[in-house]
Write a protein that binds this ligand. Sequence first.
Ligand code: XMP
Length: 517
Amino acid sequence: KILILDFGSQYTQLIARRIREIGVYCEIYSCDCSADEVKNFAPNGIILSGGPETVTSSDTPRAPQIVFELGVPVLGICYGMQTMAEQLGGKVESSDHREFGYAQIRARGHSKLLLNIEDHASPEGFGLLDVWMSHGDRVVELPTGFKLIASSDGAPIAGIADEDKHFYALQFHPEVTHTKQGGRILSRFVLEICGCQALWNASNIIEDSISAVREKVGGDQVILGLSGGVDSSVVAALLHRAIGEQLTCVFVDTGLLRLHEGDQVMAMFAQHMGIKVIRVDAEARYMAALAGVSDPEQKRKIIGGLFVEIFDEEAGKLTDAKWLAQGTIYPDVIESAGAKSGKAHLIKSHHNVGGLPENMKLKLVEPLRELFKDEVRKLGLELGLPADMIHRHPFPGPGLGVRILGEVKKQYADLLRQADAIFIEELYRHDLYHKVSQAFAVFLPVKSVGVMGDGRKYDYVVAIRAVETIDFMTARWAHLPYDFLDLISRRIINEVPGISRVTYDISGKPPATIEWE
Ligand code: XMP
């Protein structure tokens, strides 16, 4: 297994995902972790990430010295290269020229890391690689024992190695897809240089989790809040396989779900998979709690709070439940660790419906705690969950509550559900669903005039939103074909009595958020 030390790069998680894709387990620790933490992890190799700071200042982070004393291979990337060079006696300088984006490097010196990896061969006999650079500082003097293994026009020292000690460092980013051979470089490092075996795959992860869960909970009863989202669904399928009848799921139908969603969840998990699911029809309670409330934050709090209350009531009825299962995934763990150590970059923490109070006196079982979202998806498919469910767009915890502007009413939710279902159905039918990252309808409680036949209508408005994004932090509105938008508009106005106008949201994020509230 590989340890990744995080110096604050936006790409650190990407490094981890690449290593896992190669089939090798890895974890991310903060760069200020202790020597004991590094030792106890017992890595077969260590990767030092990039980061926003400069090693030319003395109060910026360094790698714990133990990294260079454990006798395992080390790969420094960008800032990781600079701190490795500086800590081992080389020299780094700041330059006012920032190199950002595409660069071509020349691989030199026949290093084990880059040997025979190239995009183009050069007449001079060394490999040329197309890579992604993002740095201001650069290494200007090699530490003793190191040789040059790569150079570019912007960075004459773009790669260095001390091959006796298996220390390697690269100025460019092998983890981003713009570095075409990046996957091969990382795989060369973890499989050949560190000697790791590629055993990290969906079926092994499932086997391991099943035995870990069985050992942890023994014969106890476990309770899980099932939302129908990817994470809780995968936990349900996994726990069902591990402990069968000892698992009870609680599914709260808030009345703020999509069309037929409650029935679909029950059909899938209870009828089809034979999992014990308690369905709580809480629509009336939600509508009563939300009556007269129009402030978005207050709505979120009420929706989240009521979920906890209802879940608590149901859990109380299952007197012998000792464990609470949760769909926490690795990015949640890293982000909350980052938040605690004060190193968190700007990451929005959503008040999720899954957040439960600590006074529940149940012990936690979190089988996805070490997994990235793409791994959770692979697990889900391997566990037999339908691909449509695994690749469904994200749906916010507060559901339609944040898509009905202002006060929430059952009438509004019913209209919105119908309009949304038409939009999604047509996206699938036109093969557009997976080309956008998230798509939905929003209910606007304003009335506008329309003419239908001979009469005037005075009905509500629905906005359609579809975005393309990688990380949901920034997004562009999807440029859906006009003919398609035309079809959506006509179908919604004709088929949903009560809606007389449809608009398309053409706002990017930033400044607009993806949801309207
Ligand atoms: P925004 O609206 O902040 O949304 O651009 C970014 C992503 O987060 C989802 N979202 C939420 N998810 N609880 C959630 O679980 C929430 O309160 C919430 N608000 C927004 C949104 O759907 C999008 O995918």
